[in-house]
Write a protein that binds this ligand. Structure first.
Ligand code: GDP
Ligand code: IMO
Ligand code: MG
Length: 424
């Protein structure tokens, strides 16, 4: 039996979806435990290309049960849209999709406030996905949230909704937005509820049974460690905790049941949104990474900022989460480079410095120290074993292992499920 967590080791979009899809072939349960539809997890398989926002990335395997755990904030309209896409692809969720009634709902006023706060903050904005994530988690923490469970009691839900809308409309109007109509939102939400209602079920027993029966459980992290609300460069973070520890509350599983923690990282690094990024490339190499890696957000379509691999960051995220292995993705994107740079450490005001020493401004002031490594200048897309990789590629991977202190067990050489090397 194994309980495996898949965690983003950088700033997101590392290829978590692809690896969850691969590992889900042998899983009984695949669980999303944090974030919401700010996530965009891409899967490329025989059905086509899919960008999942809320549905666990094990969805394509008919034997995998999909769970949306209590730590997730749920945008029902977005989720129903995803269900329709699966329906079109002929994928059924009968008896294998379970949504925790504890999930908090992302309401239209959360989306409105997300945008209004960002506008009001101007150059100080975080660059959110605009999905209402921050305001939804803020309401959860501030005892103002509406949960899926509330919808089972329509009159109580309507009462709570009316109260929240009366509060939120005052804020929305003060920030220059249009007030929302409580009746319209109630009707809309009861319509959504009728679609998702068959899937709502307390998920604790399912996880407990799977643990007792020694089944494989896959915990699918959204976002990434450097966007964690405590350990990211605040306020350029997301609103939930993104560490492996988030799975214990967000899925409902004891921490000591988790025996594998896979950190997913790109062979370079990207970031969407604002905030410091020491190895960012604002030159032709950065453009090349964006072009070849097709680095445009899976959720918002925004161009991703691209840079060289930053070992200081991965060393930190590995130490914080106890990664047992790394999945190194998009190595094929580096195929054309004659030379590859890798940042091993930072310098801050003339001395060696660590990511965790300071805040966002401190990180802005850090200068990466680079090592130059030879490129391999050939396509690795067809390689399916360690031995088939060119010597320079192997050396690059081994360097990342040494710098990060974690073995690279999985290697991505293309977006497709099959374009993967798994080291024994
Ligand atoms: P996630 O949010 O971590 O699941 O990652 P995204 O789906 O947002 O972004 C990763 C992108 O890289 C997607 O377009 C994937 O199809 C693609 N991808 C994943 N692994 C590889 C790989 O090894 N090589 C290439 N070329 N693309 C990959
Ligand atoms: P996946 O799961 C990359 C970023 C946003 C912004 C910050 C806060 O696909 O890796 P939010 O909307 O969460 O309030 O935005 O976090 N962000 C992501 N960046 N991948 C993601 O998810 C992200 N989810 C949020 O761009 O900088
Ligand atoms: Mg993504």
């Amino acid at each position: 039996m194994s309980v495996t967590a898949v965690i983003g080791a950088q700033w997101g979009d590392e290829g978590k979806g692809k690896f969850v899809d691969i590992l889900a072939q042998e899983a009984e349960l695949v669980v999303r435990f944090n974030g919401g539809n700010n996530a965009g997890h891409t899967i490329v398989n025989e059905h086509g290309t899919f960008k999942l926002h809320l549905m666990p990335s094990g969805a394509f395997h008919p034997n995998a049960k999909c769970i949306i755990g209590p730590g997730v904030v749920l945008d029902l309209a977005s989720f129903i849209e995803e269900l329709r896409e699966f329906d079109k692809a002929g994928v059924s969720f009968k008896d294998r999709l379970f949504i925790s009634p504890r999930c908090h709902l992302i309401m239209p006023y959360h989306r409105a406030l997300d945008r209004l706060y960002e506008q009001a903050k101007g150059s100080m904005s975080t660059g959110t996905t605009g999905r209402g994530i921050g305001p939804a988690y803020a309401d959860k923490a501030g005892y103002n949230g509406l949960r899926l469970a509330d919808m089972a009691r329509p009159s109580l839900f309507t009462e709570k909704l009316n109260l929240q809308i009366s509060i939120k409309n005052r804020l929305i109007v003060a920030l220059g937005g249009e007030p929302l109509d409580a009746h319209q939102i109630a009707d809309e939400f009861f319509g959504y509820y009728s679609v998702v209602q068959p899937y709502i079920k307390e998920t604790f027993g399912l996880l407990q049974d799977a643990l007792k029966e020694n089944r494989n459980i896959l915990l699918e992290g959204a976002q990434a460690v450097l966007l964690d609300t405590d350990w990211g460069a605040y306020p350029f973070v997301t609103a939930s905790t993104t560490l492996v520890s988030a799975a214990t509350a967000g899925a409902g599983i004891p921490f000591n049941a988790i025996n594998e923690v896979i950190g997913v990282c790109k062979a370079y690094i990207t970031r969407v949104g604002n905030g410091p990024m020491p190895t960012e490339l604002n030159d032709t190499s950065g453009e090349e990474l964006r072009r070849v890696g097709m680095e445009f957000g899976a959720t918002t379509g925004r161009p991703r900022r691209c840079g060289w691999f930053d070992a200081e960051l991965v060393r930190f995220t590995a130490a914080l989460n106890g990664f047992t292995s790394l999945a190194l993705t998009k190595l094929d994107v580096l195929d054309g480079f004659e030379q590859i740079q890798l940042s091993t450490h930072y310098e801050h005001k003339g001395r060696l410095a660590h990511y965790y020493e300071g805040d966002a401004t401190f990180l802005e002031e850090c200068t990466p120290i680079y090592q130059t490594l030879p490129g391999w200048q050939q396509s690795i897309n067809q390689a399916r074993s360690w031995e088939e990789l060119p010597e320079a590629t192997r050396q690059y991977i081994e360097r990342i292992e040494r710098e990060g202190g974690v073995p690279v067990r999985y290697i991505g050489v293309g977006p497709d499920r099959n374009e993967t090397i798994i080291r024994p």
